[in-house]
Design a protein around this ligand. Structure first.
Ligand SMILES: [Fe+2]
Length: 388
């Protein structure tokens, strides 16, 4: 749920005639939880239901095998294939379960028009500039942005200059929300939350209004991918209002919460969904008690698998493990993880960290793809023991 926005030309009352130049606009309610949850109301020049063909799409969903025998992993995204591709059809699935899947993509060109009918998507921009064009308009994003694309929104990713963007993509089976603990009873971001409404960016105020006919849209459902050919271009919306739309939050606008002694990961929480949370680790002052141990204590996340994407900076707690920018670690339930040897000693006398990382904690075990196993560092599981 985000705050109310209003864009373009809409009538004063909902569900009343909206006549522009003799044409009555077609209303579309994008509503979650049937007609009971957050929604937006869009006004199209033509019927958004007018399709002229339905085809099977030749997109193969990623498959995941159980992480057995259970093992920690270090995946190097820098070793993944990164040729020409787009932000939707070139995704390389890495980890997944029935609640969420995580993929990585290097986009060099504009994606097809796409809507995901399974759940919300969250895209973290690791590098490059891009524009998310959707029925709601244009949203420009860049490095460090989280971009939430609600379920069912027809959109495409336009990659800017230089024509290359690296994206970490979370495809959820649920809606991705701002954590309840940050909100007042009426839904405002509360004082003390690590970000505020001023940090949330929505689509630009000008509608896209793109003309076209016989326009392909790639549709993802739980059973696979289809292609719908729309008679008219879906980006024909003259105006909309409501609380459901694509939005962005920069990780650089996340204000860290620090303490005299170590604060647990929930202070870094940024998003919540069914079966998972997503957290941001940003540059911050270390714990300031003279006796504080500044690196995280060993922990057994008995109810979750923990995935960390290392976006930028130094990662003191992982020094010596080979982890660097572009790495993804997976510390599954059943494995007790903690700082690598020497990390605590190195942290003494240091008063801040420049690390930038995105964490996904899932409450069901994650399966691993072949593509992920191909870039998994075989030595990582032994890095705490100083070798096998
Ligand atoms: Fe952890």
């Amino acid at each position: 749920m985000t705050y109310y926005r209003r864009v373009g030309d809409i009538p004063r009352k909902r569900h009343t005639r909206h006549d522009i130049g003799g044409t009555v606009m077609a209303e579309e309610l994008v509503g979650e939880e049937g007609f009971s949850g957050p929604s937006s109301l869009l006004y199209h020049r033509t019927s958004p239901s007018a399709i002229v063909s339905i085809e099977q799409a030749d997109v193969t969903p990623a498959t995941y095998t159980p992480n057995q025998p259970v093992s920690p992993h270090h995946f190097r995204t820098t070793k993944l294939p990164s040729g020409a591709g787009d932000a939707v059809t070139s995704r390389i699935g890495l980890l997944g379960n029935s609640d969420i899947q995580l993929s990585y993509v290097t986009a060099t060109g504009t994606s097809p028009l796409y809507r995901n009918a399974v759940g919300d998507e969250l895209v973290y921009v690791q590098s490059g500039d891009a524009v998310l064009e959707s029925v709601f308009g244009r949203l420009a994003v860049g490095p460090g942005d989280y971009v939430v694309v609600p379920t069912g929104v027809t959109h495409r990713w336009v990659v800017g200059a230089p024509a290359r963007a690296q994206l970490l993509v979370f495809e959820s089976r649920s809606h991705i929300q701002i954590p309840r603990k940050y909100l007042t009873p009426t839904g405002q971001l509360a004082e003390g939350a690590p970000f505020s409404e001023r940090d949330l960016r929505g689509p630009e105020p000008e509608p896209l209004l793109i003309d076209g006919s016989d326009v392909e849209v790639l549709v993802q459902t739980r059973d696979g991918y289809s292609r719908h050919i729309h008679r008219d271009h879906p980006f024909d919306v003259v105006g909309w209002d409501g609380c459901v739309y694509p939005w962005a939050l920069s990780i650089h606008d996340f204000e860290p919460i620090v303490g005299r002694i170590h604060q647990p990961p929930p202070v870094h929480q940024t998003f919540a969904g069914v079966g998972f949370v997503i957290c941001s680790f940003v540059p911050r002052l270390f714990d300031f008690d003279p006796d504080a141990v500044k690196v995280p204590y060993h922990h057994a996340n008995v109810d979750s698998d923990e995935v960390l994407f290392y976006s930028d900076g130094d990662f003191m707690s992982r020094a010596g493990s080979g982890i660097g920018i572009g790495s993804i670690s997976l510390h599954p339930a059943g494995f007790i993880h903690g700082p690598q040897p020497g990390s605590r000693e190195r942290s003494e006398g240091v008063d801040r960290t420049g690390e930038l990382a995105v964490m996904l904690d899932t409450f069901a075990p994650l399966g691993v793809s072949e593509a992920a196993l191909d870039v998994s560092d075989p030595e990582y599981p032994w890095s705490w023991a100083g070798g096998r």
